[in-house]
Ligand binder design. Structure first.
Ligand code: NAD
Length: 509
């Protein structure tokens, strides 16, 4: 099914300009950094990328602002984030339209992404009064032992195209209340949403009296990111993107003993047990696998189904896949918008060719759509592929809507298959058997940072910590105590006894 006609690139350009203007951003055109839209695949604006001098100036300014910001009381630091949250509420529709223009998300997912920003602002404002350290029992009389959390410094945020604004907000809202300043290098594929967010935060800073340079934006490609990665003034590099990017960034930051928070690729799986409620499982699986056109780090990519129900489940999924509306993300009936680029579509087709050569059978989907109407765009039907084993292509993350289906006989085998990939981000089990659910959540179960029961792999709430293990990079962002990555802990021992008592019973002098 293809939903109605696409907007023209001129319409999209006018829409982007209007939404940016409503937010207060005027686009200066004529630069060499292209802003494109995946909706038609065409060029919108020529923006200007940051130069090496711009990076130097931004880092110096952010470092200077940090010296003031770190001693601003944390609840006062929360004021700027509270104001940002208000501005995001006010401009929710404007920002969502920009997300759709630039990342191709359908309207409800674009609104959901902005809602996620609002939610993390609320969370961070509360956090600004809860940056708790512990008091620890001292072994010495008349001594107090405590842990204090201090701001870290400048945080360099490098973000991916597929969550162009939410990932920034997870990092920035929390980093700001923790007393850090932020320099952001967004994906080169999504500069417009970045300009909008930066402008709203600059306004929030001005209105709440925060230093102007608590946040700086640097547009550009990986070369700009590399300058942040290598600069010792950047205390923490929080980088979200492919595992390939993380492999380049991690060792470079480690070489200067900087800190990293890496949020990298996933290859997420769900196990469907014989007792699963299939009426619940089918829509959960389809949203997780085909939603966002398969371009979430938490997208469901592998379905591990008990052999007794595999054929029945696959038939039901194939029927739904056959009628998923693919088309303009501005059309309310569309569920699957475009891939980010035709290069992403080529990568998808390459993976499908390889999996066919490895014995995989395409059960539904996979055809390109709207190629005549928009040859530069990349619309595709999500695809369902039955495979006998976990071949190399199944073990890779292909950032497109391909769902590989495998059959299993025992839960041990299902968990072994589940964990036998390099990545470790999100996972789930569909079962009504509590024992199976608990095994899946136990230390002997899923090896991922996110493990769910009777819910898909994608669509996490901000209250929990978000991130994954192994090739996913090990970072944790957003809720729970992820804030600790943005601060440094100091252990304080205070002697109020008037006598010198050495630890471990040591005597000296
Ligand atoms: P990407 O790796 O191509 O780019 C991500 C960002 O890193 C961009 O801003 C890019 O300019 C920058 N970059 C690339 N190489 C760099 C280098 N050597 N030094 C410094 N910066 C560099 O990723 P993408 O295509 O934009 O996003 C898709 C990928 O991101 C997928 O693998 C997806 O799973 C992953 N992702 C992960 C999470 C998560 O939280 N785990 C969230 C969103 C996306």
């Amino acid at each position: 099914m293809t939903s109605t006609a696409l907007p023209t690139t001129d319409d999209l350009r006018a829409l982007a300009r209007a939404r940016l203007r409503a937010i207060g951003v005027r686009v200066t055109e004529g630069g060499d950094l292209p802003a494109r839209t995946p909706v038609t695949g065409e060029h919108l604006f020529g923006l200007t990328a940051a130069t090496g001098d711009d990076v130097e100036e931004a880092l110096a300014a952010a470092r200077t602002a940090f010296l003031t910001w770190r001693t601003t009381p944390a609840p006062r630091r929360g004021d700027v984030v509270r104001r940002l949250g208000e501005l995001l509420r006010e401009h929710k529709g404007d920002l969502a339209d920009l997300v759709t223009v630039e990342a191709g998300k359908i309207r409800s997912e674009a609104l959901g992404e902005v809602q996620e920003m609002i939610d993390i602002c609320d969370f961070a404002v509360g956090l600004s009064r809860q940056l708790y350290g512990r008091t620890i029992a001292s072994e010495r009389p008349g001594h107090r032992l405590a842990e204090t959390w201090h701001p870290l410094g400048v945080v360099g945020v490098v973000s991916a195209f597929n969550f162009p604004v939410a990932v920034w907000s997870w990092n920035t809202a929390v980093a700001l209340v923790c007393g850090d300043t932020v320099v952001w290098k967004p994906s080169e594929l999504t500069p417009l949403t970045a300009l909008a967010c930066h402008h709203l935060l600059a306004r929030a800073a001005e209105e709440t009296g925060a230093p102007r340079d608590v946040h700086r934006l640097l547009l550009g490609d990986r070369a700009v990111g590399e300058l942040l990665v290598d600069d010792p003034r950047v205390a923490l590099v929080s980088a979200t993107g492919s595992t390939r990017m993380g492999r380049a960034v991690g060792p470079r930051v480690a070489a200067r003993f900087g800190r990293t928070l890496l949020e990298l690729g996933g290859n997420n799986a769900a196990i469907v047990a014989p007792s699963a409620d299939l009426d619940l499982a089918v829509p959960s699986i389809v949203f997780a696998a085909a939603g966002t056109a398969g371009q979430r780090c938490t997208t469901l990519r592998r379905l591990i189904v008990h052999r007794d129900i595999a054929d029945a489940l696959v038939d039901r999924l194939a029927a739904v896949y056959g009628r998923l509306p693919v088309g303009s993300p501005f059309d309310d009936t569309t569920l699957v918008g475009p891939l980010i680029s035709t290069a992403a579509l080529d990568t998808m087709h390459d993976a499908l060719d390889r999996v066919r050569a490895q014995g995989g059978k395409v059960l539904a989907g996979g055809n390109r759509r709207l190629a005549e109407a928009a040859p530069a765009a990349a619309y595709t039907e999500p695809v369902l592929v039955r495979v006998d084993g976990q071949t190399d292509v199944v073990r890779e993350e292909t950032f497109a809507p391909i769902l590989y289906v495998l059959a299993y006989d025992t839960l041990d085998e299902a968990i072994a298959l589940h964990n036998d990939v390099p990545q470790g981000l999100s996972s789930s089990i569909f079962t009504r058997d509590q024992r199976e659910a608990e095994i899946f959540l136990s230390a002997a179960g899923s090896d991922c940072g996110i493990a769910n029961v009777n819910i898909g792999t994608s669509g996490a709430e901000i209250g929990g910590a978000f991130g994954g293990e192994k090739d996913t990079g090990g970072g944790r962002e957003s809720g729970s105590d992820a804030w600790k990555a943005y601060m440094r802990a100091a252990t304080n021992t205070v002697n109020y006894s008037g006598a010198l008592t050495l630890a471990q019973g040591v005597s000296f002098l």
